[in-house]
Ligand binder design. Structure first.
Ligand code: SF4
Length: 365
């Protein structure tokens, strides 16, 4: 952190005091941080909070993403991934095709991340069987699968409660929810951009139930479209409130909106400074969520490296074949090796720590 006088220049003196003393910030504090014209002032506060939690360590995971289908009954306007059934660009992987991909990746995966669209036909039994087969094939891997939106969709399709879906998927082998589909909790934004989607309250309720049955989750926020900075901070505050009750969130993932190939394609997308500020404000607002991810797939590797100085402590993973961000024009490569990620983290001045989905260190021989 800079000297207190430095923060006085930007009206952040009181916030700097709270950060130094580990006090909770208000929604208004979050707005003031977004409004601050000096990204270094905001970043330095976030870096102090991040260093207090994680020292010089920066985490990554050896993982693979499986996007089983992009067919979706919803039509979210920020989505470049989904297609209607029958569209020439739609895809749907069979159980065998998914297992084939996983076999090709070898058996040293720490995490398998499985998500897709809200498919109109696939029954819950398909996913139960799929998860069971993945578990059989990669017994050591941690299966992180299905957003709260998919869980609610399965429940609606089967005519059962979301809690029952979670119970069945947990029994099949799901150990964690990846946290997508939260978008921005603002009703105003959701009415305009994703009116068919599970509501904010619905998302929080599914996740609450998951946490209460021992299924941890991450939480995302899609920013950089039509939301205000206040709506971003309110989103963070809603997550913070749920975390106070359940303690089930592991990591927060700010996702920058990628306008290409979406109905909002004329929008300009975020700037690097906005991305860094959003990560920094997340670190400062979310005092009860241990980890903030710099998702290099969306940010680019170079900006993610800088983000480690703006409050982020996690670099995500080796990934491979990510489709959701890339169909929306993400310019990053589709995967990195452990060696590449470690070099990038070390070059930024941090100590790489390979982790599992719950951020426990992975020791390899
Ligand atoms: S964001 Fe998710 S729910 Fe919305 S259209 Fe895309 S895949 Fe479907």
């Amino acid at each position: 952190m800079f000297e207190p006088g430095y923060y006085r220049n930007f009206g952040l003196e009181e916030i700097a005091r709270k950060v130094a003393e580990g006090q909770r910030l208000t929604i208004e504090d979050g707005e003031s941080l977004f409004a601050c014209p000096d990204v270094h002032a905001v970043g330095s506060l976030a870096h102090a909070a991040r260093t207090r939690l994680h020292g010089n360590e920066a985490y990554y995971v050896v993982n693979r993403h499986i996007n089983y289908s992009n067919i979706c009954v919803n039509g979210c306007r920020f989505c470049a991934f989904s297609r209607k059934k029958g569209d020439p660009l739609s895809f749907e992987l069979s159980e065998e095709q998914i297992l084939e991909k996983l076999r090709a990746y070898g058996n040293n995966l720490t995490e398998i991340h499985v998500v897709g669209g809200c498919h109109p036909d696939l029954p819950l039994s398909f996913f139960e069987r799929l998860i069971g087969r993945i578990k059989e094939l990669q017994p050591h891997a941690f299966i992180k699968a299905f957003t709260a939106v998919e869980i609610a969709h399965f429940a609606q399709k089967e005519g059962i409660a979301a809690g029952e879906v979670l119970t069945r998927l947990k029994a099949a082998g799901v150990r964690m929810l990846p946290g997508g589909g939260a978008e921005v909790f603002s009703d105003r934004v959701r009415k305009l951009l994703c009116p068919e989607k599970l509501s904010a309250e619905g998302w929080l309720e599914v996740v609450r139930q998951a946490h209460e049955m021992g299924i941890k989750s991450n939480a995302t926020m899609l920013y950089g479209h039509i939301e205000t900075t206040r709506e971003r901070v309110e989103h963070m505050a809603a997550l913070r409130e749920l975390q106070d009750r359940t303690g089930g969130f592991v990591c927060f993932i700010p996702l920058s909106f990628q306008p290409a190939n979406t109905p909002l394609g004329k929008m300009e997308g975020t700037t690097g400074v906005d991305d860094l500020k959003t990560i920094a404000v997340s670190r400062l607002m979310l005092d009860n969520i241990a980890h903030i991810k710099a998702y290099w797939v969306m940010l680019t590797v170079k900006l993610a490296q800088i983000a480690l100085y703006f409050g982020a402590d996690d670099f995500d993973g080796t990934v491979v074949e990510e489709k959701i961000g890339h169909m929306a024009g993400a310019q990053s490569q589709q995967g990195m090796t452990r060696g590449e990620i470690e070099r990038i983290i070390r070059d930024a001045g941090f100590e790489p720590v390979e982790r599992d989905s719950l951020f426990r260190a992975v020791i390899r021989d």
